[in-house]
Ligand binder design. Structure first.
Ligand code: SF4
Length: 495
């Protein structure tokens, strides 16, 4: 069955892991109290930033590569329906089965059906943002199927019953000592005296634990970094080799992929295989690039399934201004340079997509409603522009943040008869500024505010919402005369 993509689908379904329980400001306030979190984040993001900067500086035509990446993505989005149908035809010709999922619930049901048909009660998983987005692990567990994450950082998060906080390094908020404690607690048979918090020792413990799962599991679940419409080839890039084990050892391979991951041709893949590793892990080339095209008789998984996931994407695609959020290749470079992310970490964003990309993608996938938790995300930014500067596909993230703030303001206003405090203040300012005499009188009246100030601070605490603004800022000294009075005094002219 194919899906008509000309009609935008509904926002992402409620089963998706795209919305937190509290708005960003409240979650961020709590995160800022955690000093250890901030120390871990500052160290990790600083290290990745430096690595990225060094390997990007080696590439003379880096800006040309970025321009090519942006152009390929724009072309892909412009003809996404045609490319997806081409992909479906090529995968099917090569013995794979393509499924279309409108939302998280449909995608999870398809995966569960396929695992049950394979007679498995346990699956090994390759790190995948799409499966996190649809809450697949929780859905599998509810169906009595045990998912085992095989990426080291994902495994740490899973063993700790935690949530990922970074696209690329999901356990970035955990230190080595914490990871050792988690392993001792959750991995059977470890010797506490032999298990130190050295990275190589921890990795060896995880390797031994996972090796047994690789050898006994008959079903693997992956995402895909790219899919090539020209040949029906899927690609996963990774650093640890766990993905390669999952993609080759089990008999059944199920891939869940957002529809925006398709690329027209192999030639296009060449551009992204240069952009992605340098932008994400700061490596010239990722250690493992696995590609497969349908099923190959006698070699690797014999049952190969591809689930194409919408979950709000056609809705984003239908918006010509918001569409570029779908260009994202999940490198996480924008997270690593974001001053807000570095201080609050990924959990504060609520969604599985944190940082600057999460601030524009999550509200668009779920929809801006005026009062929704995700409506606060576009405000989770200083608009410094660092995210756009590093983005390998040149997504104009600050422009999108501003546009989404405007959308939120308008949606809120149309949903409420009583305007917000900010809207009421803006309306009053507009009324005052639209008349020269009113503006003049207001300027003179503001001078009285000098009486209430001392050393850039109000003499008495301001009431909310002004207190929220003034508590963390020095207020400018109010001048003794207005500009108009100064003009009249120095030029002898009336304003
Ligand atoms: S928005 Fe750009 S920088 Fe951020 S994760 Fe996506 S591709 Fe990377």
């Amino acid at each position: 069955m194919t899906t008509f993509l000309g009609m935008p689908g509904p926002p992402a379904g409620p089963g998706s892991d795209l919305t937190g329980s509290v708005p960003f400001p409240a979650a961020a306030r709590e995160a800022l109290e955690d000093r250890r979190l901030r120390r871990n984040l500052a160290h990790a993001t600083g290290t990745i930033r430096a690595k990225r900067a060094a390997v990007v500086a080696e590439v003379e035509d880096w800006e040309d590569l970025r321009a090519a990446g942006a152009a390929i993505k724009a072309d892909t989005m412009a003809r996404l329906p045609e490319l997806l149908e081409q992909l479906e035809a090529r995968v099917t010709e090569r013995g794979g089965v393509v499924h279309w999922a409108r939302d998280a619930g449909e995608a999870n049901d398809i995966v569960i059906d396929l695992v049950e048909q394979a007679g498995a009660s346990e699956v090994v998983k390759v790190k995948s943002m799409a499966t996190q987005e649809i809450g697949l692990n929780e859905a599998l567990a509810t169906a009595g199927i045990t998912p085992i994450e095989t990426d080291l950082a994902e495994l740490i998060v899973q063993l700790a019953n935690d949530r990922p906080s970074h696209i690329l390094v999901p356990a970035i908020h955990r230190g080595r000592a914490e990871i050792r404690e988690i392993f001792l607690d959750r991995m059977p048979g470890l010797d506490p005296d032999a298990l130190t918090d050295e990275p190589t020792v921890l990795a060896a413990a995880a390797r031994a634990y996972l090796r047994e799962a690789f050898l006994r599991s008959t079903v693997a679940i992956s995402g895909a970094n790219f899919a090539i419409a020209q040949t029906g080839t899927l690609a996963v890039v990774e650093s640890e080799g766990n993905g390669r084990m999952c993609l080759t050892l089990p008999q059944t391979l199920i891939t869940v992929m957002g529809i925006e991951k398709v690329l027209p041709s192999w030639r296009d893949l060449e551009v992204f295989l240069q952009l992605l590793p340098r932008s994400s892990t700061g490596e010239r080339m990722n250690p493992y690039t696995s590609m497969w095209t349908g099923a190959s008789p006698g070699d690797g998984p014999q049952q190969v399934h591809l689930i194409l996931l919408d979950n709000g994407r056609t809705r984003v695609l239908a918006d010509p201004q918001g569409r570029s959020a779908l260009h994202c290749i999940r490198c996480s470079a924008c997270l690593n340079v974001c001053p807000v992310y570095e201080r609050v970490g990924g959990h504060a964003y609520g969604s599985v997509y944190p940082g600057p990309i999460g601030a524009i993608l999550s509200p668009q996938l779920t929809g801006v409603t005026g009062d929704g938790v995700n409506d606060s995300l576009p405000y989770a930014s200083t608009l410094c522009g660092a995210c756009e500067e590093v983005c390998p596909v040149k997504i104009p993230i600050p422009d999108q943040l501003v546009r989404l703030r405007a959308e939120h303001t308008e949606t809120y206003a149309s949903a409420h008869r009583i305007p917000s405090a900010e809207a009421a203040a803006m309306r009053a300012a507009s009324w005052m500024m639209s008349d020269a005499k009113r503006f003049d009188r207001a300027g003179r009246a503001a001078r009285l505010g000098r009486l209430g100030m001392r050393g850039g601070r109000p003499r008495l605490p301001l009431p909310p919402p002004l207190s929220g603004w003034a508590d963390s800022r020095d207020l400018p000294e109010l001048p003794r005369e207005t500009f108009r009075e100064w003009w009249a005094r120095t030029r002898g002219e009336s304003s």
